[in-house]
Design a binder for this molecule. Sequence first.
Ligand code: BG6
Length: 482
Amino acid sequence: MSKMVQIVIFGASGDLTARKLIPALFHSFCNQFFTDPIQIVGVARRSWDQENFRQQLKNKIDLSLLDPRSSKRYWTQFIQKINYFQIDLSDRQGYFQLADYLREIADGSCQRIFYLAIKPDLFLPTVTGLSKAGLLEKKDGISARIVIEKPFGNNLASAKKLNLELSNLINEKQLYRIDHYLGKETVQNILSFRFRNAFVEPLWNQRYVKLIQISVCENSLVGERAGYYDSSGALRDMVQNHLLQLIALVAMEAPASLEGDAIRNEKVKVLESLRCPTAMGKPEQHVVRGQYNGYLSEKGIDKGSATESYIACRTYIDNWRWGSVPFVIRTGKGLRHRFTSITIHFVMPPHNLFGSWQHKQTQPNNITLRIQPQEGIDISFDVKEPSSPQTMRSAKLSFEYEEFFEHPTPDAYQRLLQDVILGDQSLFIRSDEVEACWVWADSLRNMMNSQPLYNYETGSWGPNISNTLFGDEAFSWVMSVN
Ligand code: BG6
């Protein structure tokens, strides 16, 4: 017997639904991912009906941007699967009506997925409403799954409280805390690159690595999300989740398998080994925060706001593998280019036969994982200049996803939604993981708040002073990728 998959999206009138979730489901539909029938139900407060909702989606989704192989014919079939249900999330009765509606439109056994693309203060009331309406109970051996968008709490105390309250309503195995960075192909490839290539892993430790830098730069400004952003800042919006996830994947030990818990166990160990920022002393050598000029005049921003739109910091992972290797990371809005990259800088050889590298056109070997937008990997190494006995030059081997693979890389949300449907939690954040991230982020916030807030021009690379985070090492920020 085929099992219906019912995907219920709360916050269906928001941009995430139209720009990410519906296109991701549509791609999956075109690629024949669904072997069982599907229904998508958008849930929001607006008094739309099914036709209004479908029309809104059609207006917002640029079909020409979707995979050209997925013909418009599919869209006509797909849109028929989309329904709408109006609800006021604070009205308890509404959840019972929703339950009646969902049962009415799905015949037989059904895998329900509730996607909460809503404000964080509504997470708990919504899960409570679903629970009271009996929508989280196991039926025919199937339990509903809940996907929760970030931010999960805004500090350790609130994240712990939310974890605890949710655990009274739903099992951890049903909960999918999403971080869309984990759905990016290039981010998933970090583990594949490290643990599938025998030449990489033996070098991936403090014996051979001198420093690791990670940049998640954005050229966009806060835009329409000013209200949310001003209460979060770069630390909570980007570092506590996306950057820490990148660090965890770069630094973790090989998991015993690719099972969700095996991977997450290893990530948690790394996150718990992050050196506590407040214990490091000398905050000016470890953290720089900035705000772009013009931030205070953005609509929705408090005029006296001291929220950071840029943060850079130097941290360490106190374990056997990483010892004293600095991890220097930064993220910011209003920067010159949008790009995300991770560079592993290796040590120099123990004996230098070819003169000091500082005075030549060379640099220590490095590997750069280009996460976006030009996805790829660069390996830099030195070669001897022809006809010269000692002169060395840095050369680069580059791998480009776009050239190598026939198909464009799928969007992060596509992979993540498919994993929720398949019940695979490996790319989702576990409760202890989110708490470990907050322990570190809270400590960094305390340290950061004692530091000056540097202004920087939009279109620049942020406060120049952040170069000092490299300390005495002869490194500087990677300025863009390729
Ligand atoms: C989101 C942040 O999680 O990630 C945004 O809230 C940010 O502020 C976005 O712009 C960046 O995502 P991506 O995939 O464009 O790098």
